[in-house]
Design a protein around this ligand. Structure first.
Ligand code: AMP
Ligand code: GLY
Length: 423
């Protein structure tokens, strides 16, 4: 079959890498892709959020199956338009992707169907929001309702920070229309984990557990990023806890979405806080995590394409996923300055040397090819991923590969996996 993957990050490189290996895949395209993705697929120069151009391309090339990586085209209705053109796609329709697109929707769904999450209130008016903060006291969390590229969440240590957060979102309109409404919620304590399930509208199939490192510096210090590294399995998610998450969070959500007339298909990615009262939902994403996807596909033994097709065709009840027992870990290499301002265009060398190491894959995130040279073209640039017997061994191997890469303008954290290793 002819497959099109939409996106250009490390997540999409990992998806392409796995789909390319499937005997079901005759031809693989990726729009817009990156220099690494070009090694396993044909790049199509259409932006991931140019929904109409993507649909036109898929029709022209008689694409059989489209796998959508990022949230923006999902929320913009790419899957709806592909389905209307009789093209199969993996990912939720727009009215289901709202679970990521609107935090207010997600919180109201939790309240209506009794899904454990932080206590909250919604506001579209500043004064009422500030009164609520005064009443509830800090620490407290202020969130813009809509998509804000992962930045619309402000953790406030005191009331003044919380009042300032309201001004930032609602008066200064730092996140534009995403800040028409705010959600103010209880500050939860605990350890965070990412939980993923494949969903076909009725059946949810849990994937292996993973943990992401959002902060830019070692020791989880500094501002949050899209993710500086991740590993699987995450020991914080014991088998018992995974069962509880399925029973109290994921399965009730699938039922709730169906009952609301928004059946959910695709990956459901729950950001969890493991509190002393059990797992609680921080947020939902309508897609694979980036970079969590990279170590996850390295552990997957099953044919990824076959599994994603089964999700799109509502056959997940007949699928059993096979995984390597090994752990896997990704170290993200980012351009100096990220998540703030950074330069593009510096050359990356040594990629061949790293790629030759056994059970190591260097997934590209923000790269471009300039003749035979590979250059940096984004904030997060590479995802150096290794599989080994334990998280500690995967960490060692990933850093050996990182050290083989010669890119003076880049940096990475040196402690990815520390929570699992410390246990
Ligand atoms: P979100 O995008 O909603 O997952 O928020 C981004 C990050 O902010 C999360 O990964 C948590 O580290 C933190 N966070 C969000 N909501 C809360 C909360 N209610 N309590 C504590 N931390 C939170
Ligand atoms: N790694 C966090 C995310 O994909 O949102």
């Amino acid at each position: 079959m002819k497959v099109l993957v939409v996106g250009s990050g490390g997540r999409e490189h990992a998806l392409c890498w796995a789909i390319d290996k499937s005997p079901l895949c005759d031809k693989l395209y990726c729009a817009p892709g990156n220099a690494g993705i070009a090694q396993v697929s044909e790049r199509v120069y259409i932006a991931a959020d140019d929904v109409d151009a993507l649909v036109a391309f898929a029709k022209e090339q008689a694409i059989d199956f489209v796998v959508v990586g990022p949230e923006a085209p999902l929320v913009a209705g790419l899957v709806d338009k592909l389905n209307a053109a009789n093209i199969k796609a993996f990912g939720p329709t727009a009215d289901a992707a709202i679970i990521e697109g609107s935090k207010a929707f997600m919180k109201d769904l939790c309240a209506k169907y009794d899904i454990p999450t932080a206590e909250y209130e919604r506001f579209d008016e500043c004064d009422a929001a500030k009164e609520y903060i005064t009443r509830k006291h800090a620490p407290i969390v202020v969130k813009a309702d809509g998509l804000a590229a992962g930045k619309g969440v402000i953790l406030c240590r005191n009331e003044n920070e919380a009042y300032a957060a309201i001004d930032h979102i609602m008066i200064e309109r730092t996140y534009g229309g995403a800040g028409d409404e705010v959600i103010i919620e209880e500050f939860m304590r605990g350890e965070e984990a990412s939980f993923f399930a494949l969903v076909d509208g009725k059946t949810a199939l849990p994937l292996v557990s993973a943990q992401d490192h959002k902060a830019v510096h070692d020791g989880d210090e500094g501002p949050n990023t899209g993710g500086m590294g991740a590993y699987t399995p995450a020991p914080v998610i014991t088998p018992e806890l995974a069962a509880t998450v399925m029973e109290t969070i994921i399965n009730p959500t699938i039922k709730a979405m169906a009952a609301e007339g928004r059946p959910y298909k695709g990956v459901l990615y729950a950001g969890l806080m493991i509190t002393k009262d059990g797992p609680k939902l921080l947020e939902y994403n309508a897609r694979f995590g980036d970079p969590e996807c990279q170590p996850m596909v390295m552990r997957l033994k099953s044919d990824l394409l076959e599994v994603l097709l089964a999700a799109a065709e509502q056959r997940l009840d007949k699928v059993k996923l096979e995984w390597h027992k090994d752990a896997a870990l990704v170290v993200v290499m980012a351009a100096d300055g990220y998540p703030g301002r950074y330069e593009k265009g510096s050359e990356i060398k040594g990629l061949d040397k790293a790629a030759k190491m056994k059970n190591v894959v260097v997934f590209h995130a923000g790269t471009e090819a300039d003749g035979a040279r590979i250059t940096a073209n984004g904030g997060r640039v590479l995802g150096v991923t290794a599989r080994a017997k334990s998280v500690a061994e995967a960490q060692k191997k990933a850093y050996e590969a990182v050290d083989a890469i010669d890119w003076p303008e880049g940096f990475c954290r040196r402690d990815i996996g520390w929570r699992a290793i410390k246990r």
